[in-house]
Design a protein around this ligand. Structure first.
Ligand code: SF4
Length: 198
């Protein structure tokens, strides 16, 4: 069975490709991620994947569209619920390309991430499979996430610090800010208790 494997980044692909190869499947990788911003981050993740694919003999097809504007336009109406739109964009393109190129099926390395909304992603892939008339190969790779990330780190692959879009980069800083505020408040509360006790 021929399989087009949409790849979100090299670290997530490590365990997925390993598992698929153990099943006797040899996927062809497909890069299409207009959700990754800014361009320097996009380039770093793409180049890391290209180097990694070469090192493991994986055939890789690039749809090298940075796509900042269409992505932002697509999610701008509801930024807080943007992930469904992001999944649909990527799964539709993977299914479209798989059908066009005569693959039997497609899947995605996004199914390894415990940080993605797995069921929403699965539905986006199933809908795309129906729309383009190609099979969606579902695998829940999540049990292999930690092992894959450890392997990627050991290989010295670039490990990103946020999901991809500019809004997830903002979330990362907002979360850090919220954490620091909570720590300051906890320290102030502890100091107040100590003063009352003395
Ligand atoms: S947080 Fe991740 S999945 Fe959600 S829209 Fe941004 S890049 Fe896509």
């Amino acid at each position: 069975m021929s399989l087009l494997l949409h790849i979100c980044c090299a670290p997530c692909s490590v365990a997925c490709i390993g598992e698929l190869r153990q099943e006797g499947l040899e996927p062809v990788g497909y890069w299409f991620n207009p959700n990754i911003h800014p361009y320097t981050e996009y380039r770093m993740r793409r180049n890391t994947l290209q180097d990694y694919a070469k090192s493991i003999g994986l055939k890789l097809e690039l749809n090298d569209d940075y796509g900042l504007r269409p992505f932002v336009q697509a999610v701008a109406a509801d930024i807080d619920h943007r992930c469904g739109v992001c999944y649909t964009m990527r799964m539709r393109e993977a299914a479209r390309y798989a059908a066009e190129q005569g693959f039997d099926s497609f899947s995605s390395t996004l199914f390894i991430s415990p940080y993605q909304t797995h069921e929403l992603l699965k539905k986006a892939a199933e809908d795309a499979a129906r729309e383009f008339g190609v099979d969606f190969l579902y695998r829940d790779f999540r049990p292999f996430f930690r092992q894959g990330q450890d392997e990627a780190r050991a290989l010295g692959l670039y490990m990103q610090k946020y999901c991809g879009c500019i809004f997830s980069e903002e979330d990362r800083y907002l979360a850090a800010k919220r954490r620091k505020k909570a720590q300051r408040e906890a320290a102030a509360a502890a100091a107040a208790v100590t003063v009352r006790q003395t």
